[in-house]
Design a protein around this ligand. Sequence first.
Ligand code: 2AM
Length: 496
Amino acid sequence: MTTLPIPADPTALPQADIGVIGLAVMGENLILNMANHGFTVAAFNRTVSKVSHFTEGRARGLSIIGANTLEELVGLLRRPRKVMLMVKAGRPVEEFIEHLRPLLEPGDILIDGGNSHPSDTQRRMQDLAKDGLLYVGTGVSGGEEGALTGPSIMPGGSPAAWPEIRPIFQAIAAKVADGTPCCDWVGEGGAGHFVKTVHNGIEYADMQMIAEAYHLLRDVGGLSAPEAADVFREWNAGELDSYLIEITADILGKTDDVTGQPLVDVILDTAGQKGTGKWTSVGALDAGAPAMTITQAVYARYMSALKTERVAASAVLPGPAARPAPDRATLVEQVRRALYASKIAAYAQGFQLMRMTAQESGWTLDYGSIARMWRGGCIIRAALLGTISDAFAAQAELPNLLLSPPFVAAISEHQQAWREVIALAALHGVPVPAFSSALAYYDSYRAARLPANLLQAQRDYFGAHTYERTDGPRGEFHHTNWTGRGGETASTTYNA
Ligand code: 2AM
């Protein structure tokens, strides 16, 4: 830790390596992390009273200098100046950019470390480039603790900014066992925020799949929360080893101070969201990418929010007849396998979405590097990401993770249990939208022949949308006059 004397008039000395705006917990922790790595940080916040509260409190004695105005903040920075925004996405980011713009010079770097929409980041980068300003939109994942001790950082934007910010970002990022920082350049424009969005989409899927595993253990297996905690703890020692499984074990083992019950049993079953899962799903719909499990996870949160309706419906809508509980040890092992196989399918969807969006946006994404950035620091950090990074190292242009030999092997080993768990869930009336959509994704992707021949025939029947033939070349379109009344004209003719 570096302790620097703070001069009486800090504006006189451009001594700070970076300025950070936004003193909510993520911003504060990121600043402390930077200071702990030997950087001098200038700090500012809209509500200026929070600046002195911070410098006199948590930041006391560290190389952190408070600024009371944006002008003062900018005056404190070494050139090229680096200003990082850790404020709410949307209007606040826009407003700070507009206020900072006239205070900065060509070559200076503005960084947005919030969860901004990738298209906003893309637009801001292009706009600021007109003034010669460099812009970076970066994903920062790891929650409050990660921000302080080492987050996963996913920067993208103006490539010329990367050499300037790299020493700071890689120093404060999480490191995996071999010392590799969980931070590397993602790509141009909105690529960094896009990759962070997909990270969050995968996180939604991961969390929903874990919730479904818990639901099965609870409602089919009859496990209490502490018993389920032991199961998750055991799972965390194997191939499911991950942050989210680890915290699930902790959560299930926690007792409520008020009632003495497991705390999870007194928490209302409605989940909130801030929208990044939805952004991923909307992005997938726009890109034509079948990110089924990620989208199901978003729907599952929407469904959870309809608590009052669900309670009313539970008294009216019949479920299946009661069934005997299966053998507990068998169920636990089958659910573990179903969870791992579903997880592979969900990650495959996330990487497929990135590949399809990158093609459309003209980004060159390095998928092995992205998997490495996610190996530590972030919420979805998991042993599985090591296998994913190896898969891309072996085959950079891997079209789908499902095709990678270790995953082919894992799924062939687990698929029977995966299918049985989903069948069991259906028979017991336990909804498993993420598990079943993951299996549907797998079975669809491995299907040489889907029933879309019938769909296309229907489209041709009612709308003359034409079809290609299995015995003809691709790109040759045919129309059939199905009823004898529709005529021979295909709809493409009308559009011409
Ligand atoms: P505040 O402390 O003044 O509320 C997270 O909420 C961070 O974003 C905080 O630093 C907060 O500043 C800032 N923030 C939220 N809304 C803002 C706005 N409309 N303009 C500027 N900063 C804002």
